[in-house]
Design a protein around this ligand. Structure first.
Ligand code: IPD
Ligand code: CA
Length: 266
């Protein structure tokens, strides 16, 4: 079985196991702090267990880097890392806001740039975004690309959750321009929607996002033709450690990047 098929299969299983749980009291059960630093909810635990059980069942030789479970070595001869955010958008999933997903990626080394496969599944609809390196990005069976025409409405995704007053001040020109700013609360799904062309740019400059939240999106955005940069406008890369936090800008093209950031730099 190809790595991408393993990730797609287990992603489907997560969807089956949690689709009726979101928004229920049972989803919220508190399991203490996970490896990523947030409270692990019952829905997070059920989703992660689905992945761990399946990888064990098929003897997939890897090291899992899960947001809740931490580093789990499933083999002494691992082929690489499965970077798992089994539920991204946990707050939405617990409240029943229909915007949350699972994010699974496979990396051969301790670097984002070594990711070869990524899958993001919208757990409200079952829609699956996926990519393998150099093979393009897909939504279910349809190839996707970032939005490369001049948009009728310019949609600017900005993650402002927990942003400092300094960052809000810096970002203020973006809100002031004639942009339609959006923030939905599940980073991976927002990256997937950007890759599909539903947003023109997606910005997260909070220096808070974990590797688990961006790993699959990293590859899907690149394979869909997006520009992916760090806060210094350098190509985004990072190691896979639990301490790493990044900022990033995903832009459909240089035009929109210049357009948005020329205002900020003034
Ligand atoms: C969160 C979401 C959210 C982002 C947070 C993340 P989680 O992931 O991606 O959009 O603002 O920084 O922690 O905790 O729901 O997996
Ligand atoms: Ca999570």
């Amino acid at each position: 079985m190809e790595v991408i098929d393993v990730l797609r299969e287990v992603s489907k299983k997560i969807y089956e196991n949690v689709k009726d749980l979101a928004g229920t009291e049972d989803a919220a059960g508190d399991f203490g702090r996970g490896a990523g630093g947030d409270i692990s909810r019952n829905i997070d635990i059920i989703a992660e267990k689905t992945v761990l059980d399946y990888l064990k069942e098929i003897n997939f030789e890897c090291i899992v880097l899960g947001e809740e479970c931490g580093r789990v070595e499933l083999s002494e001869n691992p082929k690489g890392f499965v970077i798992m955010d089994a539920i991204d958008g946990s707050a939405n999933s617990v409240r029943g806001v229909p915007f949350f997903c699972s994010s699974l990626a496979f990396a051969t080394h301790d670097k984002l740039s070594s990711i070869t496969d990524g899958v993001i599944t919208n757990l409200s609809s079952g829609e699956m975004y996926w990519a393998s390196k150099d093979k393009g990005a897909f939504l279910d069976e349809t190839k996707i690309q970032v939005h490369n025409k001049d948009p009728i409405y310019k949609i600017v995704g900005i993650n402002t959750s927990g942003a400092t007053p300094e960052l809000m001040k810096k970002l203020h020109p973006i809100f002031q321009q004639h942009n339609h700013t959006r923030h939905f609360g599940a980073n991976a799904l927002e990256m997937a929607m950007f890759a599909r062309g539903l947003m023109d740019i997606f910005i997260d400059l909070r220096k808070k996002i974990r590797i688990q939240d961006i790993a699959a999106g990293y590859l899907i955005v690149k394979e869909a033709g997006g520009i992916l940069l760090d806060e210094n406008f350098e190509s985004l890369d990072a190691d896979l450690s639990y301490e790493t936090r990044v900022s990033f800008i995903a832009a459909a093209n240089q035009r929109i990047l210049n357009d948005i950031f020329s205002e900020i730099k003034k």
